[in-house]
Structures are given as C-alpha cells and as structure tokens.
Design a protein around this ligand. Sequence first.
Ligand SMILES: *[C@@H]1O[C@H](CO)[C@@H](O)[C@H](O)[C@H]1NC(C)=O
Ligand SMILES: *[C@@H]1O[C@H](CO)[C@@H](O)[C@H](O)[C@H]1NC(C)=O
Ligand SMILES: *[C@@H]1O[C@H](CO)[C@@H](O)[C@H](O)[C@H]1NC(C)=O
Ligand SMILES: *[C@@H]1O[C@H](CO)[C@@H](O)[C@H](O)[C@H]1NC(C)=O
Ligand SMILES: *[C@@H]1O[C@H](CO)[C@@H](O)[C@H](O)[C@H]1NC(C)=O
Length: 498
Amino acid sequence: MKIFLLIFLACFCTGAFGIYIPKATNITNRKFPSTFIWGAATAAYQIEGAWDEDGKGESMWDRFVHSDPTHIDDRSTGDVACDSYHKWQEDIELLKQLNVKLYRFSVAWTRILPTGYLESFNQAGVDYYVNFVKALRAAEIEPMVTLYHWDLPQTLSEQGGWLNDSTADRFGDYARIVFKNLGPYVKLWATINEPKTTCTQGYASGEMAPGLKLVGDGIYQCARVQLLAHATAYHIYHDEFADQGGNVTIVIDATYNEPLTDSAADAEAAEWEFEFNLGWYANPVYLGDWPQIMIDRVGNRSKAEGLSQSRLPPWSKDELEFVKGTFDYFALNMYTAVAVNAIDEPPIGTGNYYLDKGTGTSYKPEWTPSIAGWLYSYPYGMRGLLNRVWSKYNPGSIYVTENGWATTEDLNDQGRLEYLQGYLSNMLDAILEDGVVVDGYTTWSLMDNFEWARGYTQRYGIIDVDFNSPNRTRTFKDSAKWYSQTAATYCLVDTCVD
Ligand SMILES: *[C@@H]1O[C@H](CO)[C@@H](O)[C@H](O)[C@H]1NC(C)=O
Ligand SMILES: *[C@@H]1O[C@H](CO)[C@@H](O)[C@H](O)[C@H]1NC(C)=O
Ligand SMILES: *[C@@H]1O[C@H](CO)[C@@H](O)[C@H](O)[C@H]1NC(C)=O
Ligand SMILES: *[C@@H]1O[C@H](CO)[C@@H](O)[C@H](O)[C@H]1NC(C)=O
Ligand SMILES: *[C@@H]1O[C@H](CO)[C@@H](O)[C@H](O)[C@H]1NC(C)=O
C-alpha cells in the first residue's frame, strides 16, 4: 500500500533537522532502496574558471563569450566562474558535507588537448584531473565523468565543429587519453552531454556557442556527428579498456510530453514531440536508426522543398551498426514538462527543424513556473518520463544525471526544495510502484554557476556561490541542507517507514 505524508496548509513546522518543511502534498515517506546512489552534477566551463591557465587551450565557449559580450545576458564570462579549478579540494569537502556518493563533472577537452589535436597534448591537464579523481575516491565519492559538456576546442570549431565528420575522430583521440589516464579511478562515463541542446541552441537558434543558425540542415548534421563521436568513444572504451570494467553512455536531455487535451490528435503530436527530441538521439543508440516519424516527416518535407536527399542525413548500413547498442546504461537529464498539441501541417518553405516537427508546444497553467522561461514544475512528469524511457529503450539501468530548478540568488530556496522533493517522490514511485530501475541521481547543480547565455542571472545550485567575492564563498541553501539529510537517510521527509 502506498502511504502519503500530508502536510497541511500554513504549517510552519520545523523538522528534526531544523529545516522548514515545505507545504507539500503526497510526498512519499517510503525509503529509497539502499543501493540508490545520491549525487550532484556540474560541468567544467560552468564552474572551473582558469580559462587559460596551465596550458589550457581556447574552447568555443571562451571564444563565444569573449568575442561579443552581448551573447550573455549579464555580459559575464566563465573566465573565473566558481574558481573550482583552484578550489577543487573545497568542492570535495562540500560533496562530503552533502553526504553524496557520486559526483558528475566534466573534463575540459582543451586542458588535455588544447587545440583538439594529439600534437597539442598537455600533461598538466591530465595531472589535474587524475589528482581530482584520486581525491574523490579517497573521499569515497564515485566520479561520473562527462567527456564533453559543450566546450569544444576552438580550433576544431573553426573547422566545422559538430558539422564536420572528422570531429568524431578527434573526439575519439581525446576520449582514449582520458580513458587511459583516468580509467583506473573511474567506472561511470558519459561521452557527450545533451547533444540535442548543443544542436538546437548552438547550431540552430545560435543562442549558444558556436552561435550558428542552421535550423534546416546543420542541426541534423550536428546530431549525426555527435552520435558518431559518442559511438567512437564507446567502441574505444570497450575495445581497448574493457579490463577497466566501467560503463559508458551518452547523456540525453528530455522533457515529459503531455498531450494538451485528450484528443487523439494531441496524443499523436505528443508522440512526435517525444521522437523529435529524445528519440532523435536515443533511437539510433538504443534501437538503431532515426525514429520513423522523423525519417518520414523530414523526408517528405525535404522532397516537397525540391531537395534530392532528406535534410535528416540517412545512415549508411555500417554507421547504423556502429552506433546501435553503444550504451551500458541510460543517462537522462530531465527538468520540465511540455504540453503538446496538434497543428495544421506547416507550409513548405525553407527547411526548419521546428516546422519538420509539426507540433505546437506550451505549458499548462497548473504547472509551477520557474524564472527560466522553459522550466515548469510538474513532478509527475518524472514518473511518466522514466516509465516511457524504461519501456521503450529497455536500457537495464537509468541514472538521472540532471534535474533541478532555477532561482535568483536566495538562500531560502523553498521552491527548489519542493521541486526536488516532488520530482524525487515521483522517481521513487517509478522505482517502487512501476519497477523502473533508477540506480542513481545527480542533481543539477552542486552549486550556482555560469548558466551559459543566462550568465549568473539564473542560479541552479543547491549551494550558493558569492560571485562578488574573490573567494567565491560557498554557502548551503535550505535545499542543500535538506538534500544532505535525504542523502543520509534515503528519505524525502523527516521520518520514513521502512
Ligand atoms: C494526492 O493523493 C490523492 C490520493 O491518492 C490524490 O487524489 C490527489 O490527486 C493527489 N494530489 C496530487 C497533487 O498529486
Ligand atoms: C573538417 O576537418 C578537417 C580537419 O580535421 C579539415 O581538413 C576539413 O577541411 C574540414 N572540413 C570542413 C568542411 O571544414
Ligand atoms: C555496469 O553495468 C552492468 C550492467 O548493467 C552492471 O551490472 C554493473 O554494476 C555496472 N557497473 C558500474 C560500475 O556501474
Ligand atoms: C509522407 O508522404 C507520403 C506520400 O505523400 C504520405 O503517404 C505519408 O503519409 C507522409 N508521411 C508523413 C509522416 O507525413
Ligand atoms: C577570503 O578568504 C580569506 C582566507 O580564508 C579571508 O582571509 C578573507 O577575509 C576572505 N575574503 C572575503 C572577501 O571573504
């Protein structure tokens, strides 16, 4: 039987741990399985700073922020960010205080290979990360290493970046060095973070580095090259480093797609939305080939535009085989729900991914908006999406590698606390009620950091960072106090039943 803990309106109750317990309904008081791994996540460019120290090369994000300050809302950069490059020992202390056993962070490609090419190899970069993963292990915190979190070497970006097939081979060269050197201390690997967002925002809307606007074809080529790069790294690991015994996958970001109404047309539109977002990347890796609806819709619209080949580049038979099955688990980034409705077929004109998709999207009024325009809290979405991923891709194991909430600077972050509590409660429902295997969770983010085009205006940390202080002082927010309690007790509320 399912047991709910109901805390009623205007209950200013303070829990045993001295934390205000938010007004929240239906948060389960069952315990997470003892094998569940609690963690936190960050990414190199967003926290490290030290953008040109110890031989580091320039990445496309360094170039993007330096070339035109208006690229970033508050005209800031990641030049110093949280200064984690220097404060890494302090960061490990924070992780210990949080009681987490897993830290997802990314390696900066440009510290290892400053130009992206092997000739530029930089031992100082390797040493830095080897020391770091050794220290994490010594603190009994499992490292989960993302090889690529958006900071492509600028040299490679100038040669087409994720539009150039050869970037997949360069990624393989880089991955091999990281596997060889960090592999003895790392068992959980993620190749590429959120390829969808890289392609839509870096190569289509142009809001992120490298700032290209190729919404008709570049966006699809970007997906293809990133998938080839991921598969290249996956095969290198399993062909050359199998004795390390670790697991490798790609990190895919997805939304929960809820039909706007209960019409059959909206249900179908929600399905298309799912396939054009998550399926675009998960299908080739977990099932083989692009989703059929993408093949059909982009193919049809390309033909109507008079093109001889679909803007969605068809895979060769060898490529299909090469990409299919390149996973050892599913790494899912999940923040928000999206309501989806059917629309009339958009007119044929110039190619456009968003028109190819052929859906309308919005948010339901009952969902709670964050300060980020795209992020709405709908906790059930977590359970819904986990079930969908589990049944469709049969991945064996899921890690939720990002999930979090945007606020302005505020230590009393009840909104974040309630968001995390609600989403985790629904995750636990998926585990206990539906039999979905979720082995771990790394919340986004360990601390406030450089939020890409939003600069420091949107804070995702459970730990506050004072960007006005040269010390970049870290302070636990209420959500961090609650999270450390949860990670210690495996319980989302003050008292759980066993
Ligand atoms: C809370 O649980 C009750 C009883 O199962 C249910 O009727 C209600 O819809 C739930 N509320 C929310 C917000 O999930
Ligand atoms: C792709 O990259 C290679 C180097 O790796 C370069 O020789 C080639 O010119 C690039 N292609 C394009 C179209 O930029
Ligand atoms: C790797 O995946 C296999 C199969 O899912 C699992 O048994 C093993 O525990 C995983 N290893 C790590 C380090 O997660
Ligand atoms: C693609 O075009 C064919 C031929 O016109 C049509 O039968 C089919 O329904 C179209 N598929 C989609 C998904 O639009
Ligand atoms: C920064 O840290 C140093 C050493 O802990 C301390 O002496 C100094 O007062 C701090 N400065 C600020 C502005 O917090």
